[in-house]
Design a binder for this molecule. Structure first.
Ligand code: DP6
Length: 334
């Protein structure tokens, strides 16, 4: 039968998916816009085999050796494989292996790249031709909404759909070469985060600040869309930082509260403001975690990384940038 391998990137949201109308299907309460990354990727090989038996799900360890995936990870992948197998009207079983280009201990274990790669590689192994729209819908159905954006490269919007499930997919705003931006990812935590994004979505609407942010999102989306079209670094940066702070304000004031930040998160945010004071166009954002993504012009990435790497509490830096999106690879992981 057939085997297919796809590398799919993570993405960093400028305007974020936070709170869901339907969490199981990842139908959001607001539209989001992201930049697809290049270096942080998941590579997944899926082999489709005839005959009965359980799906086998493997994860590469730090040395690259494949081992059985931990239970929680296994369960979500098995559910998504079942969903895709059923939709393709197919039987048989799958052998799946995944390797992340970024350290699993970096607290960056984004399910977006993983579920985008899994969706595309499984479709390939089943001989199923997915359009970009279908790929986005199917990646979203994994339950990781941000995976809907990771099937595309460059700058991506996942609009707020009027209708349901079939109507919610992400679309390209501009290709990666439209605007070469750096993402200097400043690592301040090495453990997996304590509260998942899913748990964050679950309590998002309990914050007294949720409604205020939601009301501000349409205007912020318009500013980010315009800033991308006009390559306006400062306009995009201001909207990006505003959004990140309001998202975390919401998380910290939800019931129960969620504190994603570590003390070093604030140290990095202050250092980024100081860089701007020195004339460098760098702005920060954080997903549901403590690590800080600092976005600047590609040529300023070296200066940003050099200024932030030695701060107290910073345990590492990943140099990333806008990227072209998923790719099919000739070589499999097994
Ligand atoms: C804060 O439910 O897509 O990153 O499955 O962990 O990737 P994962 O999360 P998901 O929620 C994403 C939350 C966010 C904002 C965003 O990426 O839009």
């Amino acid at each position: 039968m057939s085997k297919h391998t796809v590398a799919a990137p993570a993405n960093i949201a400028f305007v974020k998916y936070w709170g869901a109308r339907d969490l199981a299907q990842a139908l959001p309460l607001n539209a989001s816009i992201s930049m697809t990354l290049d270096v942080c990727r998941s590579t997944t090989t899926v082999e489709h085999l005839a005959g009965p038996g359980a799906d086998e799900i493997l994860l590469a360890d730090a040395s690259g050796a494949l081992e059985a995936a931990p239970d929680g990870f296994r369960r979500r992948i098995a559910e998504h494989l079942g969903r895709l197998r059923q939709a393709a009207g197919s039987g048989g079983r799958f052998v799946v292996a995944t390797r992340n280009s970024f350290p699993a201990a970096a607290g960056l274990a984004s399910s977006a790249s993983g579920f985008a790669a899994l969706t595309l590689a499984t479709a390939g192994a089943l001989g199923w031709q997915l359009s970009a729209r279908e790929a986005s819908v199917w990646a979203r159905r994994s339950g990781s909404g941000s995976a809907a954006r990771s099937v595309l490269g460059g700058y991506v919007e996942w609009p707020m759909a009027e209708d349901t499930d079939e109507g919610s997919w992400a679309e390209s705003l501009a290709p990666a070469d439209h605007w070469p931006l750096a993402d200097v990812i400043v690592l301040v935590e090495t453990e997996a985060k304590e509260v998942s994004s899913l748990d964050g979505h679950r309590v998002a609407t309990t914050s007294p600040h949720f409604a205020a942010r939601l009301a501000a999102v349409p205007g912020r989306l318009a500013r980010v869309r315009r800033a991308i079209a006009e390559r306006d670094l400062a306009a995009r940066g201001r909207a990006l930082e505003e959004e990140a702070i309001e998202l975390h304000l919401g998380a910290m004031s939800s019931r129960p509260p969620i504190f994603y930040w570590k003390p070093a998160t604030l140290t990095v945010l202050a250092a980024v403001r100081a860089l701007r004071g020195r004339g460098l166009g760098a702005w920060a954002t954080m997903d549901a975690g403590a690590n800080v993504h600092v976005i600047s012009a590609l040529g300023d990435g070296d200066a940003v990384a050099a200024a932030l790497a030695a701060l107290p509490g910073v345990v590492g830096i990943i140099r990333d940038q806008v990227g072209p999106g998923p790719a099919t690879l000739p070589e499999g992981l097994f």
